[in-house]
Design a protein. Structure first.
Length: 285
């Protein structure tokens, strides 16, 4: 029996019952409640049928979309896998080149330091008032006899070798090296040219005896005004040449740590630094 037929029987049955009992209100209320349930079941059955059809359509539609999505994901995974493989290979290769470049750069920094420290050490032991006497005494052991042309050759060779590695160092690290080299070279020349005017140029004066604006401009790219003033103040009464070189070296090391360890070593805790140093020593053995 269909839903419509059931509903017809229900209405006819209800009418007969109401007629036989004289239309008592309580009976009418009960039958009305029963008819409401029958009607609700009819609506539910129709809606359920409609929902079932819609669900079937949606299931088929989403099944097709799911298969398409699976296919697309598979293609993207293959592409991503290939891309990551190529990227990983390229990164590892460039990373190795970077580490080699950093190692060579540090060796060149040490070469510059060894060459220049013999000359600039003078600034760390004599006061400005003693420069003239040291310059006029050609037999003094304080200032080594180094031919300026030899110094030129050393710095030129270092410059060529480091420039070849520049793409693997990063501009920040290369810039620190460049300023370190320029400052060291300029200060060394101020001592080596002491016989020009029978005097040694003060560290912050140019070869005309005026304030060395070129030097200060370069140092401003490395230090803040406060940092530079602190270095100068802490070095007094001597010239801060070696202290400035040491401070630039420290910045170079920090930048190298950023490349090697992925973050600055100076920001690590003492325990972290000790672990890194322990590991580094084990590698060198």
């Amino acid at each position: 029996m269909s839903v419509d037929e059931i509903l017809k029987v229900a209405f006819s049955t209800a009418a007969a019952v109401i007629a036989s009992v004289g239309g008592a209100s309580i009976i009418i209320f009960g039958i009305s409640t029963w008819l409401g349930k029958v009607w609700a079941e009819k609506v539910y059955l129709k809606n359920s049928s409609l929902h079932s059809k819609e669900l079937e359509k949606l299931k088929k539609h989403y099944a097709i979309e799911l298969e398409q999505l699976k296919s697309e994901i598979s293609q993207r995974q293959d592409f991503l896998s290939t891309s990551l493989s190529a990227l990983s290979s390229g990164y590892i290769s460039s990373r190795e080149r970077t580490l080699v470049a950093i190692e060579i750069l540090w060796k060149k920094i040490l070469e510059i330091k060894a060459q220049v420290s013999e000359v600039t050490f003078f600034y760390s032991i004599l006061l400005p008032s003693e420069y003239s006497e040291a310059a006029s005494n050609k037999t003094t052991n304080i200032i080594p006899e180094i031919n300026p042309s030899k110094l030129d050759d050393t710095f030129a060779q270092v410059s060529i070798e480091v420039s070849e590695m520049r793409p693997f160092l990063g501009e920040s690290l290369y810039r620190l090296y460049y300023i370190y080299r320029a400052f060291a070279y300029r200060q060394a020349l101020k001592v080596l040219r002491r016989y020009d005017k029978k005097t040694i140029y003060e560290w912050d004066k140019n070869f005309e005896g005026k304030e060395d604006d070129v030097m200060y401009q370069a140092l401003k790219e490395v230090f803040t005004g406060e940092e530079l003033q602190n270095i100068i103040r802490n070095s007094q009464p001597f010239a801060p040449v070696q202290d400035i070189l040491n401070a630039i070296e420290l910045k170079i090391v920090v930048e190298m740590n950023e490349w090697i360890f992925g973050r600055q070593l100076v920001n690590m805790s003492i325990e972290e630094q000790q672990r890194i140093l322990k590991l580094y020593k084990s590698i060198l053995r």
